[in-house]
Ligand binder design. Structure first.
Ligand code: HGY
Ligand code: MN
Ligand code: MN
Length: 417
């Protein structure tokens, strides 16, 4: 069908060279001066800079560039309307003070892998696409994978329109300010139905590959996970004059909930994290009136996850009774367990040409969202420290290049059989 050589201009950079060039060029994009890490939040200026980078890379190669109704960016080689498209990619947004690799590694590797195929002279027999899904981390509006959830019909436009950031800016307003049409958002099932396989490459967010000594692995499953908002309602009062026994201090109840979360998760072999907190009025010499803490919890199966969250809620409520503090819990998102399709997973593993670890992960991904409607697989690249969602996140250059080669091998096997 499409000859990868015909669609690109200029001499053919090998995947490794183009990866290193793109990585260097993307590193400063959307990076605030003085920030500890990346703050590439959805629909921000930093996000716009990343999107401009994506569009530039697509157009420089002569790929057809498109933004879908939900603001996800696509670069096509061949005509996606032909169907059975092989898509690869990831996301470019970040958590607060995130690392360089979570997301961008998959997008940069996608372009580099197609450059590698071009250098190999591979002729594509299926259309190929690269995607940058919008707002994967949910750092700004609290819900992860907004772009892929909307496309897959797992988030309704009505619910998306209710999302607000910490300053009260709604998702539609943020999209509009960034130059996108918020009235267009909604399911994009026809687009997804054209995808025959989606393969997302991602840095591993753990140390399994480091421990096994492999640069690349394949995903087996994603743990079910969700986010719950705990509101602790107390009574504002003077820190210097209110007797301890007269206080209704929501910070105390919150602190106990944090300890309970740790204990319940440990006992169940699950994970529970209060990573974000907002305090009102947030004065150093005032007992707070409200503490709002967001719980992120994950477990190997949905029953365990539900039990752990319920236990944390009970512990918080009980403690609230003792402190004279009201506790309300709101589930803000939930992603069920994902088992990647075995046929594609095994095929991808075989295309790598050597035995590789097949790993579950506790991290969420757009691939997990898409897996409900599209055959989906993931490749992981070794992370020597396992650190992620932190500026300390790192992968060795050789491993990133091994990832590019692995992705090129997989795309070649799928699209140039
Ligand atoms: O939070 C997550 O699991 C993902 O990295 N978005
Ligand atoms: Mn992440
Ligand atoms: Mn990610």
């Amino acid at each position: 069908m499409s000859d990868v050589r015909a669609a690109q201009r200029g001499p053919a950079p090998r995947g490794a060279d183009s990866f290193l060039r793109m990585w260097r060029e993307l590193l400063p994009v959307g990076r605030e001066a003085g920030a500890a890490g990346y703050r590439r939040y959805a629909w921000s200026e930093a996000d716009a800079a990343c999107r401009a980078w994506f569009q530039g890379e697509a157009e420089a190669r002569g790929f057809t560039y498109e933004v879908d109704r939900n603001g996800n960016q696509w670069a096509w080689l061949g005509n996606p309307a032909d169907g059975d498209v092989v898509v690869t990619g990831s996301h470019l947004d970040s958590v607060p003070d995130g690392g360089a690799f979570d997301g961008p590694l998959g997008v940069v590797s996608a372009f580099a892998a197609l450059d590698e195929l071009r250098a190999r002279g591979s002729a594509l027999r299926r259309p190929v696409g690269i995607v940058n899904f919008g707002d994967e981390e949910g750092a700004r509006f609290g819900l992860a994978c907004v772009g892929s959830r909307l496309a897959a019909g797992q988030l309704t436009p009505e619910a998306a329109r209710e999302l607000r950031d910490a300053d009260g800016v709604s998702l539609p307003k943020a999209m509009e300010r960034a130059g996108y049409d918020p009235d267009a958002i909604g399911p994009d099932l026809e687009r997804l139905s054209r995808i025959g396989a989606f393969v997302e490459l991602h840095i591993e967010q753990g140390r399994a590959l480091d421990l096994s000594g492999d640069p690349v692995g394949v995903a087996s499953a994603i743990w079910p996970h969700g986010r719950w908002r705990f509101d602790f309602h107390g009574e504002a009062n003077h820190a210097g004059t209110t007797r301890l026994e007269d206080r209704h201090d929501p910070m105390l109840t919150f602190a106990n909930a944090v300890l309970a979360a740790r204990k319940k998760a440990r006992l169940a072999g699950a994970l529970a994290t209060f990573g974000k907190v907002a305090v009102e009025p947030n004065g150093v010499n005032a007992i707070p009136s409200l503490v709002r803490g967001w719980l992120d919890s994950r477990a190997a199966d949905e029953e365990t996850l539900a039990a752990v969250v319920e236990e944390i809620e009970c512990a918080a409520t009980e403690r609230g009774h003792r402190d004279g503090v009201g506790v309300t819990v709101t589930r803000e998102s939930f992603t069920p367990v994902v088992e990647f399709e075995h046929a594609l997973r095994d095929h991808v593993a075989k295309l790598l040409g050597r035995p590789v670890p097949v790993l579950p992960t506790g991290a969420g991904h757009d691939a997990g969202i898409l897996s409900a409607s599209v055959p989906t697989a993931m490749l992981f690249v070794r992370n020597p420290t396992g650190v992620s969602h932190s500026p300390a996140e790192v992968a060795a250059e050789d491993d990133c290049l091994a990832g590019v080669t692995a992705l090129a091998d997989v795309l070649e096997g799928l699209a140039c059989p």
